[in-house]
Design a binder for this molecule. Structure first.
Ligand SMILES: [Zn+2]
Length: 278
């Protein structure tokens, strides 16, 4: 498959994901006509965008990141999400080729895992903007997790440490166990912090993540999520101090750590344990 074509197609899909995440309102269905219908327009002057202003990446670059009519600076989110989506389309299949060789399994799992990361991208953007994770997204993730296991997926992405932590005999039991452990741990945290540290949305996200990634990957995803969260939280407190009004949502960190463990779990964990056991 042509890598450039995959990237361009991915960027176009990313452009659509931007629309979904920017227009999403909590009381509306994620893919309702209100959200995905209607022409795109400049958020400042409301000018309806023409087709040539909607070409992923290219329009943004040619216009210098500004609206053609009012000159308002356009959010950097647009090209950033298009690039990230394009990267998923190229690198998810490329990465999975080292795990699955049977063509039917490989192609099916490539499509399913790409859909997983596109959904996680929407979760990232909506949670960042509204501190809400749409239930629809969690249901989609759970359905994709089930399909991935049905089509022979379910490999651990944490390398040799996947087997070290054991429990690889039955892939379904393993992934159900991961979902229960993740859910129980987050449920405990919510009760212990009386919901200040973490919300019900995070609990509803960790369950499909556990089902997707299995054991022990979910353990590493939670650990990496807390580490990334602590670093970003520390930075925000240093930068904004007491002006930091609302709690920072945790969903974006879980999405970031899921991407990290999926692509780099083997490398990161090998280095970590080598250093630890030195
Ligand atoms: Zn404008």
């Amino acid at each position: 498959m042509n890598i450039a074509l995959l990237f361009i197609f991915g960027a176009a899909i990313g452009s659509f994901l931007n629309v979904v995440s920017v227009r999403y309102q909590p009381d509306k269905f994620l893919f309702s006509g209100k959200i995905i219908g209607g022409r795109s327009h400049c958020p400042n002057c409301k000018k309806t965008l023409r087709w040539f202003e909607l070409v992923p990446l290219l329009s943004f670059m040619i216009q210098g990141g500004r609206c053609r009519r009012c000159g308002e600076r356009l959010s950097f989110q647009y090209p950033a999400v298009e690039i990230v989506s394009g990267i998923f389309f190229v690198f998810v299949p490329q990465y999975l080729s080292s795990y699955y060789s049977l063509p039917i399994t490989y192609y099916t799992l490539s499509v399913l895992w790409t859909l997983v990361f596109l959904t996680l991208l929407v979760v990232f953007l909506i949670d960042l903007r509204l501190s809400i994770i749409p239930d629809e997204a969690n249901i989609i993730l759970l359905a994709l997790a089930i399909l991935i296991l049905v089509f022979g997926g379910g490999a651990s992405f944490s390398g040799s440490y996947g087997t070290l932590f054991g429990f690889q005999g039955n892939v379904w039991l393993n992934h159900i166990f991961a979902a229960i452990i993740g859910g129980a741990f987050f449920g405990f945290l919510i009760l212990a912090t009386k919901g200040r540290g973490m919300g019900l949305g995070d609990l509803k996200l960790i369950i499909p993540l556990g089902f997707l990634f299995g054991w022990p990957d979910i353990l590493f995803i939670m650990a990496a999520g807390f580490i990334i969260g602590a670093i970003c939280g520390g930075y925000l407190i240093l930068a904004y101090g007491k002006k930091l009004k609302s709690a920072v949502p945790f969903g974006p960190f879980l999405v970031a750590s899921s991407v990290l463990i999926f692509f780099f779990g083997r490398t990161v964990l090998d280095n970590y344990f080598n250093w630890l056991l030195r």
